[in-house]
Design a protein. Structure first.
Length: 333
């Protein structure tokens, strides 16, 4: 049994990405259009592997995450996403979705980005939707904005676009980049990024300035990437992250994602720079810190930051991809 031109089942794998120019705020919630463009590095670690299998007899979708059946908001988010896929494909068929994350869910390691990138890729194959990268990126965006960028390998720019058709991510030429991920806390964050960015847009007096300055930072970042200017890429990365956290903290009621340990990591990275090691910090909607480095500096920076939490050096990763049927059957971890 298949839907459209698709297969009965497919398995896809995608990796999270860490933004160097952040996405924080939407101009259209329904279409998931961002208030400004953003730019990220897709990682080669913490992958999500997702199998989607049609279930012709089922009345509802099912969603299993790391072997646990999901209900409530997690299930309905997947099911609403599949409703959009079914509407486009003209199919009524429900699905069983089995997902495995190699990173802790909800700890600011962007598991919704790898999750929806993998789901968009598997669902497009099964329901027979277009599978070119731009179409996959536009579809993944509807699940989670940052997922649009995880379709793309390496450095990706997500264009704010004029509407649904033009808001997708694509690859950007850039120097070789690596990151040291410092996991200071693996617990699920108290306020989701979706909720907190809504709050920032509604209540922060700095939000309008954030949006216009993000467009400027993005233009500057694209130029720095083209010129392969690592120092400029790093400086923009760190200052843009601090600006995002300033906007988040200026919301009403305030939200604070960075913990004292996160701040200590930012300070340690400044101290590394003073000793001549070029490293730059960023953090998403959580306390964990990602430190941008040249690949050759990753081992030394990882060693220097090991006292703050679990450290892991990562490089540029591949875009979302279907797994060959045999690899999928072999059982991912
Ligand atoms: C801080 O993509 O998780 O990681 O679009 O509402 O699903 P939704 O939000 P999400 O937000 C990511 C925010 C961020 C910055 C970034 O990745 O650019």
């Amino acid at each position: 049994m298949s839907a459209g031109d698709g297969a009965a089942a497919a398995t896809a794998r995608a990796h999270p990405n860490i933004a160097l120019v952040k996405y924080w705020g939407k101009r259209d919630e329904e279409l998931m259009l961002p208030a400004a463009g953003s730019l990220s590095l897709t990682l080669d670690a913490f992958a999500t592997t997702t199998e989607l299998r049609l279930d012709p007899d089922a009345a509802e979708d099912r969603f299993e995450l790391n072997g646990e059946p999901q209900s409530g908001e997690r299930l309905s988010r997947v099911s609403r996403f599949l409703d959009l896929v079914r509407e486009r494909a003209g199919s009524p068929l429900r699905a069983v979705v089995r997902s495995r994350n190699e990173a802790p869910t909800g700890a600011g390691l962007a598991s919704s980005a790898s999750g929806f990138a993998a789901l968009a890729t598997a669902a497009s194959a099964v329901y027979g939707l277009p599978q070119d990268p731009a179409s996959l990126s536009r579809l993944a965006r509807r699940g989670s904005g940052s997922a649009a960028r995880s379709i793309v390998p390496g450095v990706a720019v997500w264009h704010a676009g004029d509407g649904d058709d033009s808001s997708f991510a694509e690859a950007v030429d850039a120097p070789e980049l690596a990151m040291v991920i410092v996991t200071v806390d693996e617990r699920q964050k108290a306020v989701s990024s979706r909720e907190a960015m809504r709050l920032s847009a509604r209540t922060s007096p700095f939000y309008a300035g954030w949006v216009t300055s993000t467009e400027e930072s993005l233009a500057e970042m694209l130029q720095a990437c083209r010129e392969r200017d690592f120092t400029r890429i790093g400086r923009i990365t760190e200052s843009h992250a601090l600006r995002m956290h300033a906007v988040i903290q200026s919301s009403e009621p305030p939200v604070r994602y960075l913990s004292p340990t996160s701040i200590a990591v930012f300070d340690a990275v400044v101290a590394l720079r003073e000793r001549g090691v070029e490293a730059y910090s960023t953090a998403d909607a959580g306390p964990n810190v990602a430190v941008l480095v040249r690949p050759g500096d990753a081992p030394a920076v990882a060693e220097a930051l090991a006292g703050f939490g679990r450290v892991r050096a990562v490089g540029a990763g591949p875009g979302a991809a279907l797994l060959p049927a045999d690899a999928a059957r072999g059982g991912e971890p």
